[in-house]
Write a protein that binds this ligand. Structure first.
Ligand SMILES: [Fe+2]
Length: 175
């Protein structure tokens, strides 16, 4: 079994454990939604690192414009991390919060070491944001329709809307 698949499996098993709760959702639905939210937590944690990576490692024309843009994106992506993690724990789950766990579970592709053309950094980060946004969008229906959890669907909808805005901020640069 490839290492990454094995890591993802063990991360998924860990996140499937549940504490007892007075929450009236079924344990099955709570566990399933925690899986979805932990996948989102991993992707968003990695995406925040992508934003930071291009903030640090992009050079070229209009440097400060892009440096600030990537800082803004970092803040947008980091902002909901605590809410995702605390929704997981509110459902009785365990937030997979370490960088190692995010690295094992992320669905994003890693980025090159550096960018000498800021527009190439914008395009690479836009790919990462779009990848993450697509998964979050799919998770909204999984939470709401398959597992009857409007609260988590609402949280994921807000994250989806924020990622769509982030993607627009990047796409508007024409990369
Ligand atoms: Fe900085």
């Amino acid at each position: 079994m490839p290492t990454q698949t094995k890591s993802k499996t063990s991360a998924a098993t860990a996140s499937a454990k549940l504490r007892e709760s007075r929450n009236d959702m079924s344990p099955k639905n709570r566990a399933a939604v925690c899986e979805v939210l932990n996948a989102t937590l991993a992707d968003m944690t990695d995406l925040a690192s992508h934003c930071r990576h291009v903030h640090w490692n992009t050079r070229g024309r209009s440097f400060m414009t892009y440096h600030k843009l990537f800082e803004l994106l970092t803040d947008m992506v980091r902002e909901p991390l605590d809410e995702i993690a605390e929704r997981i724990t509110a459902l009785g789950g365990f937030a997979q919060g370490t960088v190692q766990r995010a690295a094992a579970a992320t669905n994003l592709k890693d980025l090159p070491d550096s960018f000498d053309d800021p527009l190439k950094a914008v395009a690479a980060l836009a790919d990462s944001v779009a990848n993450c946004a697509g998964r979050v969008r799919a998770s909204i229906d999984i939470a709401a329709e398959k597992h009857d959890d409007a609260g988590s669907a609402d949280l994921l909808t807000a994250i989806s809307r924020s990622l769509d805005k982030g993607l627009w901020l990047l796409d508007a640069h024409g990369a």
